[in-house]
Design a binder for this molecule. Structure first.
Ligand SMILES: [Zn+2]
Length: 262
């Protein structure tokens, strides 16, 4: 569904207000306004957004970190569950800060991978807040989190309520590179410009990345964060030449970031 410019503006304003106005959450949760939801980016750019869900396994995440060191231009988005944020932090206290400092992005994927479609909007929002508290605890500051992916990819009114109340873009995917190496690599080589790629922090997917990253580099593909992909998409949809600082059109606020305004 294509959202109007006005809808985006309203959504971004309600996202901002929700975090500071008590009692507004329930009102927003009950709203029937469309929630920004993305499956893929613009096909005008020679990049993919590589995304990795769950993030239970520290060793596999380390493997991916070492690989990323060899590809400094590649940026990824991780969707760790809250329990994994804490578990991995206990084993390697620098893990999340390092990833963010290296330009990678973190998104919400529930506290413990329970299905949020079966809980009330209020409890779903509380789940997001618990996740965010864990992230603030390990990072030492409140990061900007713009993208949320529902467990099992199940879209629901409760997940929409999170997006409305906390200013999130519901993030799905257009392809996956999971599975055994030949399957994952074939999916990579069949991918089209602007795709959002679903993977997990697990052995097969990291093995696929070891082959897919060099293939991407040799074929002039990049991996970008969801913020970069989404900002490009918004600019294209609104036929904007650049930032819309005054009206806060960009939900991801990277226009403001570029100007150093927060
Ligand atoms: Zn998951």
């Amino acid at each position: 569904m294509m959202l109007s410019r006005r809808d985006f503006l309203k959504l971004s304003i309600s996202g901002l207000m929700a975090s500071s106005v008590p009692g507004l959450d329930a009102q927003i949760a009950a709203s029937d306004k469309p929630v920004p939801t993305i499956w893929k980016g613009s096909d005008r750019h020679r990049y993919f957004a590589l995304t990795y869900d769950d993030c239970y396994l520290l060793q596999r995440l380390h493997d991916l970190e070492y690989l990323l060191d060899e590809f400094p231009g590649f940026k990824i988005t991780l969707f760790p569950v809250g329990v994994a944020i804490l578990n991995l932090h206990r084993q390697d206290s620098g893990i999340w800060n390092r990833l963010v400092e290296n330009g990678h992005e973190l998104g919400y994927h529930s506290w413990d991978h329970s299905g949020l479609h079966v809980v009330s909007p209020e409890n779903a929002i509380a789940d997001f807040d618990r996740w965010m508290e864990a992230l603030i605890g390990v990072l030492g500051y409140q990061p900007r989190v713009h993208f949320s992916r529902p467990p099992y990819g199940v879209l629901s009114p409760s997940f929409d309520a999170i997006a409305r109340a906390r200013g999130q873009v519901v993030t799905m995917w257009s392809t996956g590179w999971g599975g055994d190496l030949p399957v994952g690599l074939k999916a990579a080589q069949d991918s089209k410009a602007g795709e959002i790629v679903l993977m997990h922090i697990r052995t097969q997917d990291v093995l696929t990345c070891r082959e897919a990253y060099p293939w991407m580099r040799d074929n002039d593909w990049r991996s970008v964060t969801l913020t970069e992909l989404y900002d490009d998409l918004l600019r294209e949809q609104f036929q904007s030449e650049g930032c819309d600082v005054g009206q806060g059109l960009s939900l991801t606020r990277t226009c403001l970031d570029e100007l150093g305004v927060n």
